[in-house]
Design a protein around this ligand. Structure first.
Ligand SMILES: [Zn+2]
Length: 100
């Protein structure tokens, strides 16, 4: 058994992805999940992605590239953005963005 490539469920499927994630991908397209609390978190699928990022994480930068690739591959556009003061986040600000 190994851990599923896109979640933490143990699996022995040859694809390395558990049954749940395989079914999910079939129904919703590829999932995106990034969890670098304080820097960058992103969660979503082929229809919609919610991003939280520090202002230090640039949308043109390397850390953001998995989000950029997913958004481009799925043909999503930035539909909402807001910035909140948040001392837990690097630089004291947390930007919320929704791509759909
Ligand atoms: Zn899984």
């Amino acid at each position: 058994m190994i851990d599923c490539l896109s979640c933490t469920v143990p699996t022995d499927s040859p694809e390395g992805v558990c049954g749940f994630c395989l079914d999910y991908a079939e129904e919703h397209g590829p999932r995106l999940a990034i969890g670098k609390e304080g820097w960058l978190t992103a969660e979503g699928d082929a229809d919609r992605v919610t991003v939280f990022r520090s202002p230090l994480v640039k949308v043109s930068g390397r850390m953001f590239s998995p989000v950029r690739d997913h958004v481009e591959a799925c043909g999503l556009r930035l539909v909402y953005t807001e910035t909140d003061e948040d001392p837990e986040w690097i630089y004291g600000q947390r930007i919320r963005e929704i791509y759909a």
